[in-house]
Design a protein around this ligand. Structure first.
Ligand code: ADP
Ligand code: MG
Length: 728
């Protein structure tokens, strides 16, 4: 439990169980609200003015096919009892003069008559429920409702609550709802919380507020929950957005300051070491960028303060080589360097890549040139004996280059002298794992984080605000063309046949092919073709006679590694796999990829998948099979992927479609995320402003003596910590 320094944070941290009772609090968990503060940050999504009817057509359009609860103010007509037992019901037409929908209530006669009376009491009412479809006509079944009358509200069960919640106000905010929490119940609970914080003193220093030109916090809560106009509401929202941006930025700013206080052991490049030998043996010339970034890294590694660097670069831009050179520098200087991969298969793959790149410099797992050091692989599923042997070498310091998965973070592993940690594909590792690793020992290792997902600046500042950044923009020379085609399997079945023919042609030329499907076997809950079905269909039909293998995460690790090894060795023609091949798999001989049910994959995922082909000299062909109809968003995503290989463009398109929580790689539910309202892509300006002010705060108050600031930081760090524990 965090001990808050300010009364404001204490008040906002009051659990909802205490504020509104355990039963209602339980319901609010579904809306990711645990405390008063959480609830007060739950904002109305739409507004209803007491006099304006809701635009029913756009409401229906907005909620077509989703499960969200809606509320609307509508004119009521045609209240009739219809049908015979047991389908006896009251039907009523709700309209706004343009669009309309039906509300239906089923029940015993006496209830029907009661509802009929109630619904006939006024011309207007507020209805809340889920929009469903009956014979192509939208309807609300058993909506909660309240009739708007001169004497207040009248309605079914919750009418009383609603009357209290909305009172006499003419401008009513509609909150996100669940089946148990109608908008007015939310409103009422928020009112209770507003009452509890009535004396709230703003925890944000006055000068910060003034410079940011935002409302006082208490005022902001009132502005968003009891606004007189959209304008007041926006003003309040602005403050809450700023709070979130500022909290993360000020936490990052102190982290940066903090890490500058930590010490690291400088790892200096010696003459004629492994690195020199490695460079001399590379089968290609490093690009200008690889050299420049290499220099920056070398400089960082030579300092007494830990490097914290993010290396961004397209799939195939040559990050691994850059990382390996940094690792060799550290090994050369007598330290240990670790490469952390997100999955076991990737760890194994990395180990192969490292061995191969080192060529003659490795002898078995022994580097024989220069100062010798072992390359060691450690993954969770290795046998106890193999693990023991690896750990022994790590502990003794014999292993200078260590490659593995999370297993490396487990307590059993003690490093002799950990000098560098390289984290591959950061988006799959929580931000916080990085910090856990950083906390081994009294000095900290240098850290290099690699990501293939290009990250827009505002996102980078929020997630990686404590890192320096390097970007590989060029793709090394010799990279082949990849042509991508979207194939509508229903409209163009002949194209599908042609795709398989093409696969045979590629294989006949000595190339290899990936076939990707969205799920493992037919028992999977996901929709779409499974890898197992696809493989069966292909071997029995269009790809009969080719050497085909199946790869997915449920296979035993030894089998997965074996299949990857055989694929790399060219003993498998067609690898039918799940998206697990998305990152890191490097087979320059692979020239074609066919993706089943491509619409089941996200933009970045497809881009990453496609990055597996055209890695060598052979031009690539990527076929995206889909059933998605033209002009649907799903289809448009695929067309976007087909149109460009510019990862930055695709990342932007992708981020725009995804939830922020996913972007941040945090807890899916976002419950603990510090970002509730802030959209990192949309609110770049606020983030910039907050970052500037956060830096000023750290300059003015390096020891963090301001209790409010300390609370903002503690809040962000506590959530980060909670995420870490949850994901461990
Ligand atoms: P990333 O990790 O960024 O996806 P890799 O480091 O795996 O990229 O590099 C992709 C492929 O390009 C590898 O086969 C690698 O050996 C090769 N490569 C890296 N740098 C160069 C270069 N400068 N010139 C030619 N090929 C390169
Ligand atoms: Mg790589």
């Amino acid at each position: 439990m965090t001990t808050w320094k300010t009364k404001a944070f204490q008040d906002l941290a009051v659990p909802l169980t205490k504020a509104i009772g355990p039963e209602s609090a339980q319901q609010f968990l579904k809306l990711n609200c645990e405390t008063c503060g959480d609830l007060l940050r739950l904002l109305p999504r739409h507004f209803m003015s007491g006099t304006e009817l809701t635009d029913i057509r756009s409401l229906i359009a907005r909620h077509q096919g989703d499960d969200e609860y809606v509320a609307l103010l509508a004119r009521i007509s045609n209240v009739h009892i219809k049908g015979e037992f047991p389908r006896q019901r009251v039907e009523v037409t709700l309209s706004d003069g343009h669009g309309s929908l039906t509300a239906t209530f089923f029940g015993q006669k006496k209830y029907l008559e009661y509802w009929q009376r109630l619904l006939s009491r006024s011309e207007r009412g507020i209805f809340a429920g889920k929009i469903g479809w009956f014979r192509n006509y939208p309807q609300l079944t058993h909506p909660a409702f309240a009739m708007v009358t001169k004497n207040g509200f009248l309605g079914n069960d919750e009418a009383q609550e609603m009357a209290t919640a909305v009172g006499e106000k003419s401008f009513i905010g509609l909150y996100p709802q669940t089946s148990k929490l109608m908008t007015w119940v939310v409103a009422k609970s928020i009112k209770t919380c507003l009452g509890l914080i009535s004396g709230l003193e703003d925890p944000l220093p006055r000068w910060v507020r003034d410079k940011a030109e935002v409302s006082d916090l208490l005022l902001a809560f009132h502005q968003v929950h009891t606004p007189m106009s959209k304008k007041t509401y926006d003003k309040g929202v602005q403050r809450l957005l700023f709070d979130e941006a500022f909290a993360t930025q000020v936490a990052m700013a102190y982290r940066r300051q903090d890490s500058s206080k930590h010490t690291a052991i400088p790892r200096l490049v010696g003459p004629d070491g492994l690195l020199t030998a490695f460079d001399a043996h590379l089968p290609f010339t490093l690009t200008h960028e690889q050299i420049e970034i290499g220099k920056a890294i070398t400089e960082d590694l030579g300092k007494t303060r830990p490097m914290q660097r993010l290396l961004q670069g397209e799939v195939g831009s040559g990050k691994t080589v850059v990382a390996l050179r940094a690792m060799l520098t550290v090994a050369d200087a007598g330290g240990q360097a670790v490469l952390l991969a997100p999955t076991e298969v990737l760890a194994v793959q990395h180990a192969y890549t490292v061995m191969e790149l080192m060529g003659e410099l490795t002898h078995g797992d022994l580097i024989t040139a220069g100062p010798t050091t072992d390359v060691v692989l450690l993954t969770g599923s290795m046998t106890a004996a193999a693990k023991g042997a690896a750990i022994a070498k790590i502990t003794s310091g014999e292993a200078g280059i260590i490659i593995g998965t999370h297993a490396l973070l487990s307590k059993g592993v003690q490093f002799a002298d950990l000098g560098l940690v390289v984290v591959d594909e950061q988006h799959r590792f929580g931000v916080e794992q990085r910090n856990a690793l950083a906390d081994q020992g009294t000095t900290r290792p240098h850290i290099l984080v690699m990501t293939a997902t290009p990250i827009p600046r505002s996102v980078a500042m929020t997630i990686f605000g404590d890192l320096d950044m390097s970007t590989l923009v060029e793709i090394p020379a010799g990279r082949a063309q990849v042509t991508t085609t979207v194939v509508d399997v229903k409209a163009k079945p002949a194209w599908v046949d042609r795709a398989w023919e093409r696969v045979r042609e590629e294989v006949a030329r000595g190339r290899q092919v990936f076939v990707v499907a969205p799920k493992i076997d037919p028992t999977d809950k996901n929709e779409g073709t499974s890898v197992v079905e696809a493989a069966g269909m292909l071997t029995a039909g269009p790809l009969a006679g080719l050497r085909l293998a199946v790869l997915h995460s449920r296979l035993p690790t030894s089998e997965k590694t074996d299949i990857m090894a055989r694929f790399t060795a060219g003993e498998i023609d067609v690898l039918v796999a799940t998206s697990m091949i998305e990152v890191g798999v490097d087979q320059p001989n692979a020239s074609m990829m066919v993706v089943f049910d491509a619409e089941r994959f996200g933009i970045s995922q497809l881009h990453q998948l496609r990055g597996r082909i055209g890695r060598g000299e052979y031009p690539g062909v990527c076929i995206l099979l889909t059933q998605a109809e033209e002009e649907t968003p799903a289809r448009e995503r695929l067309e976007a992927v087909a149109q460009t290989r510019d990862g930055f463009e695709l990342a932007k398109a992708d981020l725009a479609q995804r939830r922020e929580g996913d972007v941040l790689g945090m807890n899916q539910s976002g419950r603990r995320s510090s970002l509730r309202l802030l959209k990192v892509l949309e609110h770049g300006e606020i983030i910039d402003l907050a970052r500037g002010l956060a830096e000023e705060v750290v300059r003015r108050d390096p020891l963090m003596t301001d209790p409010g600031i300390a609370d903002y930081v503690a809040d962000v760090e506590a959530r980060a910590q909670a995420d870490l524990i949850e994901s461990a």
